[in-house]
Design a protein around this ligand. Structure first.
Ligand code: NAG
Length: 134
């Protein structure tokens, strides 16, 4: 009898742990960012990089690639605080000697599941990325 009670308690404890893990596991992952036909100043192709935000939280930035109008960044962002309906924002910047130029911004309202090949216009070019809310 005592063994069965212990087993039951163990099961309840496990369920609580699993439910908690699922809650705290909710997070947005952003990856596979690439762009095409980006234009910087007239002197040549831009040195593009990205800044990523979710709501008012800054998630980080990528490295920049010198003289590249169609970059592909292999960075990946994990944003634990990012929730459904938050605004996920990717800003495209051109690295400069003094003040970097803001080339454009993609904003999307976060939805559950896998969202692949989302894209938006950045000047005359395009930014494409994937994100997943789980
Ligand atoms: C996203 O784009 C890549 C590259 O063009 C392609 O291989 C892949 O099948 C696309 N995925 C979806 C879900 O459309």
């Amino acid at each position: 009898m005592a063994t069965i009670m212990t087993l039951r308690l163990t099961c309840v404890a496990l369920l609580v742990v699993v439910a908690h893990l699922e809650l705290t596991d909710a997070a947005v992952r952003v990856w596979g960012m690439r762009a095409s036909r980006l234009e910087g100043d007239p002197t040549g192709p831009p040195d593009p990089y990205l800044k990523v935000w979710c709501g008012s939280s800054f998630a980080g930035m990528t490295q920049f690639y010198r003289d590249t109008s169609s970059p592909s960044w292999n960075a990946e962002f994990h944003i634990p605080s990012c929730r459904a309906n938050d605004n996920l924002k990717l800003e495209v910047w051109d690295k400069d000697l003094n003040v970097d130029d803001h080339l454009g911004t993609c904003i999307t309202q976060v939805r559950y599941g896998s969202n692949n090949n989302k894209s938006c216009r950045v000047g005359k070019g395009t930014l494409t990325y994937n994100y997943k809310l789980s």
